[in-house]
Design a protein around this ligand. Sequence first.
Ligand code: 6PG
Length: 245
Amino acid sequence: NNNPQLHIYPTPDEVLASLADYFVELANQAIATHGRFSVALSGGNSPKKLYELLASSPYRSRVIWEKVDFFFGDERYVPHTDPESNYLLAKKTLFAPLHIASAQVFAVDTALSPAEAARRYTQTIEHYFGSKKARFDLVLLGLGDNSHTASLFPHTTVLQEAGVGAKEVFVEEKQAYRITLTAPLINQAQAVAFLVYGTDKAAAVQRVLTKERNVKEFPAQLIAPASGELHWFLDADAAAEVQKL
Ligand code: 6PG
């Protein structure tokens, strides 16, 4: 399923409300059909307001949060107490306000070595999904202004990774390790939603959505769910350089 569905709104707040509605719809569908809703959260700045919105009324009362299992699309290789930690962002904006039990949160163990943390996370995910072919009900993604998503950074070897799991990545431009889900794992999701807003993302959105395939330069082009849905939630600024496809 390679045709992305674009949802473009004038302002970030309207984009966030639309994605929050979509999150609630998917959660209730998944819970109704198989009793749980598994979501891989994105990190960085963009999703902070989404998480705050989901944890506030009316959204917080629209999902049975006890039936939601939280994973991470990627994680910075820092302690969970570090301001850079995607776990800490989710804990402050989602897990704490919604009183999510620790058994529902599957964090990357960044106390291990990068390679061991990735290996462990792969095992955690495999154990959770068992032999089921399908993986996450939803993977939330952001987009870097260099067209990376999760921690699939340009010119890194993880872009060629065929394994369905998590891998460690040394990010040259940050001189730091990340742990990321691989593209084949993300592409086994039932649904993938990019959340991108702001003018500084317009060029990256244009490259990823309209340039001919060049995944080394534009890694987000790797994201093409095998059978799941692909959605882009964009504000007008981020979508400024793409006409309605
Ligand atoms: C991370 C994210 C990463 C992010 C992009 C965009 O861990 O940083 O998962 O892929 O989505 O870098 O980041 P912003 O939302 O901060 O612009």
